[in-house]
Design a protein around this ligand. Structure first.
Ligand code: ARG
Length: 485
């Protein structure tokens, strides 16, 4: 079949078919309008394959030269947005191959030697995802950096720590932010792990069983940067598995879902903190919208949308894992359905990470070298909220334990003290010494230091606790880990 025949008949396997595909079936089965996004990976994979074919003497080096020049033309055309993507040619692979053949003739037709679209597409998706994971990892560093920068300025700012959304104990605002840094650092670890298993080469598996040509798969892996930590080529070791499993995409979307869940939890807190009832923080106006009817409103649209988009990413995980569950070995067309959820997951996660880094940490003003427009912290409102909630009640109990009371008894004594303070609408620290002594005679003047927010915070100095000394140590650790110092 000549190259224009391939173009006209528009199917690489046409000779066998008695009738053409209907338009509806064409539309239903084609993927080019979304998988064209894989074009760079597709060309990179083809070039690595062609180079190896020539090195192994499977194609002539003149053919290789032609393929390289044809691909350069195609790259330029796609980049300039003048490549004519054809629905008739089904997917990105057939579109590029047909155009190559149109440009360079027989050399183009030799490219597919020892290869199938089955190992080709698995390779493309892996290459594409690997590079996206690298971008996501950078964005995760940026987000952690933003959180760390805000935390550094707020180590001594006291806010209520909550359990059950009830005021529990005073915590440093920096400590609260660093909890998210921990979550995002684990997300980054997960992506690194997924990257390792994604960055392995399916090419050479051919349709499903391997091929009779003397391919050098390790050479192709090296060319494509598919190597392990030791720099050895990373090649899928079973051809059936190589073309069929999409577990790397599934575990990527699991890692992405967890990361979005962390973002979503943070969103929920930002939304609460911004509400009039808390008033703990403000986010810059550019991340909020007004109401068309209530002139006083500033709605936290960005965090709300992030919370909403988390549902969408988790939905894609469900889609991908369900896609896999009924498939016998080896390749099935079902797998074409992996792309849209995967693409949307990557886009949503990247946009969300970008927007959160900026919303939390602000934007760099190149004139001053400072970041501007991050969240504004209202330390007074945070402190007032802690004072309302008897957050130092545990400290009073701990004080009594140090005086010799068993903890359970101390707990009971403090419950009575809180009841009394509540009925007088004062904080524990506002009860006169004589009143406190009625609850337990061992209480002395030094109790007021224990009942102060400052005293409570500094007392919690276990490793990982909220005492400013601990929080500062954690800040240093994170900065070292992220190479920020
Ligand atoms: N567009 C297909 C996909 O995304 C490429 C592989 C097609 N292979 C096949 N034998 N039909 O999975």
């Amino acid at each position: 079949m000549s190259h224009n025949q391939l173009d006209k008949k528009s199917q690489a396997w046409s000779a066998l078919f008695a009738e053409p595909m209907s338009d509806l079936v064409k539309r239903y089965t084609s993927s080019v309008f979304f998988d064209k996004r894989l074009w760079q990976a597709d060309i990179a994979g083809s070039l690595a394959h062609a180079e190896m074919l020539a090195a192994q003497g499977i194609i002539a080096s003149a053919d290789h030269v032609q393929i390289v020049s044809g691909m350069a033309q195609i790259t330029a055309d796609i980049e300039a947005d003048r490549f004519d993507w054809k629905l008739d040619l089904e997917d990105v692979h057939l579109n590029i191959e047909a155009r190559l053949t149109q440009l360079v003739g027989d050399a183009g037709k030799r490219l597919h030697t020892g290869r199938s679209r089955n190992d080709q597409v698995a390779t493309d998706v892996r290459l594409w995802l690997r590079d996206e994971i690298d971008l996501i990892s950078e964005l995760l560093v940026e987000l952690q950096r933003s959180l760390i920068e805000v935390a550094e300025k707020n180590v001594d700012v006291v806010m209520p720590g909550f359990t059950h959304l009830q005021v529990a104990q005073p915590v440093s605002f920096a400590h609260h932010l660093l909890a998210y840094v921990e979550m995002f650092s684990r997300d980054a670890e997960r992506f690194t792990e997924v990257r390792r298993r994604t960055n392995r080469l399916p090419l050479g598996a051919a349709a499903l069983a391997g091929t009779s040509y003397p391919l050098d798969r390790e050479r192709v892996a090296r060319t494509l940067g598919m190597v392990d930590e030791a720099g050895n080529p990373a090649v899928c070791q079973n051809s059936l598995d190589a073309v069929s499993d999409r577990d790397f995409a599934i575990e990527f979307s699991a890692a992405a879902s967890l990361c979005m869940v962390h973002i979503s939890r943070m969103s929920e807190e930002l939304i609460l903190w911004m509400s009039q009832n808390f008033g703990f923080i403000k986010i810059a106006d550019r991340f909020t919208t007004g109401s068309s009817i209530m002139p006083q409103k500033k709605n936290p649209d960005v965090p709300e949308l992030a919370r909403g988009k988390t549902g969408r990413v988790v939905g894609h995980l469900m889609g991908l894992i369900t896609l896999m569950k009924g498939q016998p070995l080896a390749y099935n067309k079902d797998n074409q359905e992996d792309k849209e959820p995967l693409f949307d997951t990557v886009d949503t996660l990247k946009d969300t990470l970008r927007i959160f880094s900026e919303m939390v940490g602000g934007q760099l003003n190149s004139a001053t070298g400072q970041k501007e427009g991050g969240i504004t912290v209202n330390a007074t409102a945070m402190e007032a909220a802690v004072r309302k909630g008897y957050a130092t009640a545990t400290d009073l109990a701990d004080y009594l334990v140090k005086k010799g009371l068993p903890f359970r008894d101390a707990h009971e004594v403090v419950a009575h003290a809180v009841k009394a303070a509540t009925s007088h609408q004062v904080d524990l620290s506002e009860l006169p010494l004589a009143v406190l002594q009625e609850f337990n005679p061992t209480i002395e003047k030094d109790v007021y230091e224990v009942l102060s927010l400052h005293g409570s915070l500094h007392a919690r100095s276990t490793l990982g606790g909220t005492a400013p000394s601990q929080v500062r140590a954690q800040l240093e650790r994170h900065k070292g880990r992220l190479l920020l110092i």
